[in-house]
Design a protein around this ligand. Structure first.
Ligand code: SF4
Length: 230
């Protein structure tokens, strides 16, 4: 398994759990507001997997779970064996994904490799490719979410409220998905690293917390399990 970054202890990445966060390199999307651009552009700079496994073994009993995030973890062929190894060490597992690989999510479910999923939903269907770029295909993301619902997994859907999304876009997004167990709105913050041609997009002023709270109240009509992350 290729791991390009690690946060040893996090209280915010796995709901209700103390977690170690592992970052995989590479992504099939190219969101202009990506906060992990060094991960999606530089897939060579990796950590020693033996050291990571030794760290996890040493911290058994002190940490509840391990979050695999990216980049896009489902692009890595040895993801499931790695998740199962982490579970063997006694950790709960959380997988963050852009939802682009429903087949891999199905395989994770079949292998019982993941305890909690977080799936991004980035834009209304008609703007998905414009916002997420790369190989983004909204139908794959919707399939992923439907599979998680049908198989009764623990999961959340997350939307970063970038300034390019209007309230009409957000309503459409909430409305075009089936009801999910948890729909999280994240505020947009400017990434430190971005493409030069995206400067204008990056500099657009973000919505305020109070605006996002107002949006959340409206969106609850479509997704009742709405939560905010501030
Ligand atoms: S899907 Fe996530 S990791 Fe990939 S480019 Fe978008 S924000 Fe970055």
């Amino acid at each position: 398994m290729i791991i390009a970054g690690m946060v040893k202890t996090s209280l915010i990445d796995f709901p209700g759990k103390i977690a170690t966060v592992l970052f995989t390199p590479g992504c099939d999307y190219n969101c202009f507001y990506c906060h992990n651009r060094e991960l999606i552009e530089n897939v060579e700079d990796t950590l020693d997997i033996n050291e990571i496994e030794a760290f996890l073994k040493k911290r058994q009993g002190l940490i509840d779970g391990v979050v695999i995030t990216g980049g896009e973890p489902t692009l890595h062929k040895d993801l499931i064996p790695f998740l199962l190894k982490i579970k063997q060490y006694g950790y709960m597992t959380k997988l963050d994904s852009n939802g682009s690989n429903p087949e891999v999510i199905t395989a994770c479910i079949n292998a019982k490799a993941v305890d909690y999923y977080a799936i991004d939903y980035k834009a209304p269907a008609h703007r998905y490719l414009e916002i997420a770029r790369g190989n983004a295909d909204v139908e794959q993301v919707k399939r992923t979410i439907q599979i998680l619902i049908d198989t009764r997994q623990f999961f959340e859907v997350r939307t970063t409220v970038i300034p390019q999304l209007s309230i009409e876009d957000l309503i459409q997004m909430a409305d075009e998905l089936p009801t999910v167990p948890k729909y999280v709105l994240n505020p947009y913050t400017k990434p430190s690293l971005f493409l030069e041609e995206d400067q204008e997009l990056i500099e657009m002023p973000p919505y305020s917390e109070s605006q996002i709270k107002e949006f959340a109240e409206i969106l609850k009509l479509y997704q009742p399990n709405m939560e905010l992350i501030f």
